[in-house]
Design a protein around this ligand. Sequence first.
Ligand code: FAD
Length: 312
Amino acid sequence: MPQPDVLIIGAGPAGLTAGIYASRAGHSVLILEKELIGGQITKTAIVENYPGFARPINAIELVQAMEQQARHFGCEFKTAEVTGIRNIDGGQGFSLAVETTDGEFNPGAVIIATGTKPRNLEVPGEKELTGKGVSYCAVCDGPLFRNKEVAVVGGGDSALEEAEFLTRFCSRVHLIHRRDEFRAAKITQDRIRANPKIRLLLSHTVVGIYGENHLEFLQVKDLKTGSVNPLPVAGLFIYAGLIPNTGFCQGRINLDEAGFIITDDNLQTNIPGVFAAGDVRKKTVRQIATAVGDGAVAGMMTHKYLTESHHQ
Ligand code: FAD
């Protein structure tokens, strides 16, 4: 089987953009994706902070356009999960090995763009009731809770935007955040505070999730008084932070203490020819615009690496 010049792991905004840049530079590009092309944006409904659009845009349409653009320049896609990556002394014109659920690949260069997954709350009942009222995706599951009361946990942009989205369906949304201030953009905070369907529970935290076969109520602790009270809700949407998808990098690629990939200014990792782009990388802002920016840099730097190492 011919090996690609560039193997990209993950088909979110970072991976798709890296594919556009590397394929336009004349390289054969294979993008491996274990779930849905589009990545985390497929978990939201609208995007209003990606430049170039005066009005809010449909998130799915945005990633579909990125996918079409990547295909237009020749990127190929395959459904497979990457399970390992290593540097080998190939002696046959390659030095990288990427292990996947669909065999091993030996590309000239690799771009890791595997993003993140949601962090669990780690409270009693969460695991048992996931899919039975507990969810990490308002767009996927929100319509199931039409005319019902739900709760959202979190204080960042995703939590507030998804709480607002849920008011389209739900009779009431309790927004629970452990601090007394939100981290989200001020414009979103202002809309949340003005929305009569949203009830704020600041300085509160969920300490337990209960129900027989389906979520029935939460135990919610007031962190200022210490009192714990039941909150009857049919749904709980958790936006409590992000965990990088870097399990397959352990012991090979340098990671920070939280598991995000450490890169240099050219987005190269500690292994020559292996680059990282998007939310999976150690950085401060995780958004579509920054993922796309990383994808452009990684695509260009991969081209430079391949050209300089004559790896084609
Ligand atoms: P991701 O989008 O996470 O894509 C990574 C891809 O890699 C995934 O498809 C995953 O399945 C795949 N993958 C992971 N591991 C493997 C493996 N081992 N093998 C193969 N494939 C793998 N950003 C904004 O700018 N504006 C918004 O309004 C906005 N709203 C958001 C709302 C929600 C609910 C969420 C969750 C996020 C939101 N974001 C928003 C953030 C934005 O979605 C991310 O910053 C962006 O998607 C990051 O892109 P990425 O390509 O780095 O990673």
